[in-house]
Design a protein around this ligand. Structure first.
Ligand code: PLP
Length: 377
């Protein structure tokens, strides 16, 4: 398989960014060609406004939200910043496994612990909430970008509300992968990003439950009902709308990916019983495997798989010459796990690609194990 002429690349890094959908390219091109400013009253302006409004409906429909709760932003990162800063709450509680787009927004955020599966400890959250009367915002992600572990957001939101806190969830990795309904989750705010669901990068949205409002962080014109100034990224938003509609229609197909994921994990564990699959015992996204190859550094694996034609990503990073597990693994009690990679599938991933990836995984593991034996001899 490795380097064989018949093998084309397999993209197994959908959690980093999903391939842009064909329908999205059409929607983006149409919007670019049509032009117009949604704030203009003439025909071109009205057409552009309609395009944005259709996309708003599609994004709202994906998330069980009302269209007027959708605030388009320039990324999932901006949506998270808008939620946290725009809430005006002086106390912010975030989980230990948040993406930097939440973790780094507020320097003095308090951190909610997780268990060894990377699931938020509700008793820890309850203690933090009870410890102060200062009005708080709780921000916990719906699905983790590394492990795919799904958090009990409805319970967390109930707990937050019982203590008078506002609740935000970063649903960037969950949207389009599991059914997401802002009402069923009971959250006040939810962030999403177009490029994780096959839309263009550089577009996101903060979605507000009815009755929730936020203070604009980018100020200027009255766009997005005064919640986010700046002429809309019409083409990007149109692409986001197209991606949202297609992703909604594909939710069942996405859930089916669990079959491929479980097959891959079973093969890996059979070939290497010491491999650890992080978050395996918790509810997880159907497409995500976060797995160690004992003794083989994440970066080495990512490079070897890239050469063999597979795109995956590393669970640890080398900073200032020192390899360390990322904060998510550290929070799960695996601070020394520097041999973890993330494999994330998409609905177009073929069984043959997953099987070929396993062959490459086993070949690398066998080669590294025999190298280690030879150097020890
Ligand atoms: N939140 C999570 C959980 C993510 O995985 C990402 C992207 O990796 C983001 C936020 C940031 O989204 P964006 O790339 O649109 O800024």
């Amino acid at each position: 398989m490795t380097g064989s002429a018949s093998h084309t690349r397999a993209y197994l890094d959908h959690n980093a960014t999903a391939p842009v959908r064909a329908g999205v390219i059409v929607a983006v091109e149409e919007a670019l060609r049509a032009g117009g400013n949604p704030s203009s009253v003439h025909a071109e302006g009205r057409a552009a406004k309609r395009r944005v409004s259709d996309a708003r409906d599609a994004v709202a429909a994906l998330l069980g939200a009302t269209a007027d709760g959708v605030v388009f932003t320039a990324s999932g990162t901006e949506a998270n910043n808008l939620a946290i800063k725009g809430s005006g709450r002086p106390r912010v509680l975030v989980s230990a496994i948040e993406h930097p787009a939440v973790a780094k927004v507020c320097d003095d955020a308090q951190v909610i612990d997780v268990d060894e599966n990377g699931v938020v400890r509700l008793d820890g959250l309850a203690d933090l909430l009870a410890a102060s009367d200062t009005p708080a915002l709780v921000s916990v992600m719906l699905a983790n970008n590394e492990t795919g572990v799904i958090q009990p957001i409805a319970e967390i939101a109930r707990l937050a509300h019982d203590h008078g806190a506002l609740m935000h969830t970063d649903a960037v990795q969950a949207a389009g992968k599991i059914a997401v309904d802002i009402k069923a989750l009971g959250v006040d705010m939810l962030s999403v990003s177009a490029h994780k669901i096959g839309g263009p990068s550089g577009v996101g949205a903060l979605v507000l439950a009815p009755g929730t409002d936020i203070a604009a962080q980018i100020r200027g014109g009255g766009q997005e009902q005064g919640r986010r100034a700046g002429t809309e990224n019409i083409a990007g938003i149109a692409g986001f709308g197209a991606a949202a509609s297609e992703a909604k229609a594909e939710l069942d197909a996405f859930a089916e990916l669990a079959v491929l994921r479980d097959r891959l994990e079973a093969k890996i564990l059979k070939a290497c019983p010491d491999a650890v699959i992080y978050g395996k015992d918790a509810p997880r996204l159907a497409n995500t495997t976060y797995v160690s190859m004992p003794g083989v550094a994440s970066e080495t694996q990512v490079m070897a798989f890239d050469l063999a034609g597979f795109s995956v990503s590393a669970g640890s990073a080398c900073s200032s010459g020192k390899v360390a597990a990322g904060p998510v693994l550290a929070a799960m009690g695996a601070a020394n796990a520097t041999d973890v990679i993330r494999v994330s599938l998409g609905v177009k991933t073929k069984e043959s690609e997953v099987d070929a990836f396993f062959q490459a995984w086993a070949a690398l593991y066998t080669r590294k194990a025999s190298d280690a034996k030879a150097s020890a001899a």
